[in-house]
Ligand binder design. Structure first.
Ligand code: ZN
Length: 271
């Protein structure tokens, strides 16, 4: 299923290394994943360790479980009895693990492939799922998977390339996206910023796909300690755009009820 990120030929995976017929070879990391990212600049890519740890600790508190349950139900319905599930931008692996477990519970046999551009994220996912899948570091804009190899691709709060999804999905394969909608965490933003902005509803994907369904999911979560509020804030993209004054406001919050607002979009690849 995996291809060489240098030349595009199939990769054969051995115990400790993967190689293509042109002799390009990639080592398996001790924690059980492959680094197939070509641009290994020292700055690191994607979310940093602190943000990923915030995310893991928050998600494991169960606050977004209703979303995980809805996603599980949606994916279990359209997944074939056997097939390839591709989690494109898997983060620290919370949804990856939930969906893999839900599919198995529904009697399906998913071959799981999950990747992220952040090495630390893949390390955490591989640790969480152990030997239940193939995990690799890669970019969503250059996915080292064979053409027409995936039955269902997931893009959960991740950047994506429509062109790449069209390539890696089988004809009639599905793309499942989750995005934050307008009101998501608005009360938290309002408590911190002078001019809070609502999320934009993300533009719908182009002509290669047919939109099959669109589900809105609203909820309310109660954060009863300053630590939980900071943890939630730490896993959002706002974390990096916050000045001293906003930071002080955030630190002064002791409890908060905040709305969640998600959208789940299911597309079918034409073909
Ligand atoms: Zn190669």
């Amino acid at each position: 299923m995996l291809i060489c990120p240098k030349c595009g030929l199939p990769l054969s995976l051995k115990e400790k290394s993967a190689c293509c017929e042109n002799g390009h070879s990639f080592d398996r990391a001790r924690q059980g994943y492959w680094n197939l990212l070509m641009d290994n600049s020292s700055h690191g890519h994607g979310d940093d360790k602190k943000m990923l740890q915030s995310r893991r600790s928050f998600l494991e508190g169960g606050y977004y479980e209703p979303l995980a349950d809805q996603l599980s139900e949606t994916v279990a319905e359209l997944f074939p009895r056997r097939g390839v599930l591709l989690d494109a931008g898997c983060g620290e692996g919370y949804y990856t693990q939930k969906l893999d477990a839900a599919l198995k519970k529904a009697g399906k046999e998913p071959s799981l492939y999950a990747f992220d551009i952040a090495k630390e994220a893949v390390r955490m996912t591989a640790g969480k799922l152990e030997k239940k899948g193939t995990f690799f570091v890669a970019s969503t804009f250059h996915i080292p998977m064979k053409t027409a190899s995936a039955d269902v691709a997931l893009s959960l709060f991740a950047p994506y390339s429509e062109e790449e999804f069209l390539r890696v999905l089988r004809p009639q394969g599905y793309l499942v996206r989750a995005v934050p909608l307008e009101d998501h965490l608005y009360r938290l933003k309002k408590a911190v910023y002078d001019h809070p902005v609502k999320n934009e509803k993300k533009a719908v994907i182009g002509e290669g796909f047919v939109l099959l369904s669109e589900t809105e999911l609203r909820g309310e979560i109660r954060l009863d300690s300053p630590e939980k509020i900071r943890t939630l804030f730490g896993m959002t993209p706002y974390e990096k755009k916050t000045g001293l004054r906003e930071r002080a406001r955030l630190e002064s919050l002791s409890e908060l009820s905040v709305e969640t607002h998600f959208g789940i979009f299911v597309y079918r690849r034409r073909g």
